[in-house]
Design a binder for this molecule. Structure first.
Ligand code: DC
Length: 224
């Protein structure tokens, strides 16, 4: 199987670019952030403080998280319910960041991530895919962009979906999440040594997709 890891901070354009690139390549797109978000949403719904590790971990055995693919689109299922929309609400972002700092939560999702990679040619996006989850991926890309550009992109995305948001608050949240994600002890956000760095600040979505597809095709040709 061809496995491509795409890591980077929130809002660097990973999901949009990876989804389109996967469609062009005919690969499955796996958004691992959505899995952490599903756990965050499960906690919020139970009114569990997402920093309360004991309570978050006690909840895990009650959860059944899976991904289904409908017309190539990933849908996240939480105990049989499609939570693909709920996980995109702004409060789900911080909840996901909080639970993702817990090593037990990461271990809980590892099997699901490995299974998807073993069974599919896939493009998997996250924070630790190249460093921890798929160290043998044929291609690793680390996608970045400035915090301001990322906040603007997230702002446009949420407004387009009809979710009212405040730009400054989004920017602060992005800065806070970057800090959390790159300073945690377990699987901190950092490029793998063999990752290709791609700064998307001045690239259009199309340009990002073209670069990813080009690199993926080269990696797949090398493997063949
Ligand atoms: O990519 P995202 O914004 O949907 O991710 C939500 C949170 O989950 C984010 O704070 C980082 C965390 N995450 C992680 O720790 N490891 C991953 N592989 C993917 C996401």
């Amino acid at each position: 199987m061809i496995n491509i890891a795409i890591d980077g901070p929130s809002g660097a354009g990973k999901s949009s670019a990876a989804r389109l690139a996967a469609a062009k390549l005919g690969y499955v797109y796996v958004d691992t952030g959505a899995m952490y978000r599903a756990i965050g949403v499960a906690a919020l719904r139970r009114e569990i403080d997402t920093l309360d590790k004991d309570r978050v971990l006690a909840m895990l055995p009650e959860l059944d998280i899976s991904l289904t693919f409908i017309d190539g689109e990933q849908h996240v299922m939480l105990n049989g319910e499609d939570v693909s929309k709920a996980i995109r609400l702004p409060e789900a972002s911080m909840a996901a960041s909080n639970v993702s700092a817990m090593p037990e939560v990461r271990a809980y999702l590892l099997d699901l991530q490995h299974k998807l990679a073993a069974e599919n040619n896939c493009l998997m996006d996250g924070r630790d895919i190249g460093t921890v989850i798929l160290p043998n991926a044929q291609l690793k890309i680390f996608l970045t962009a400035s915090a301001e550009i990322r906040a603007k992109r997230r702002y446009d995305e949420l407004i387009a979906r009809g979710t009212p948001v405040d730009y400054d608050q989004l920017l602060q949240e992005i800065i806070q999440r970057d800090y959390n994600d790159s300073h945690r002890e377990t699987a901190p956000l950092k490029p793998a040594e063999d990752a290709v760095l791609l700064d998307s600040s001045d690239l259009t979505l199309e340009e990002m997709v073209d670069r990813i597809v080009g690199m993926a095709q080269a990696a797949a040709a090398k493997e063949a």
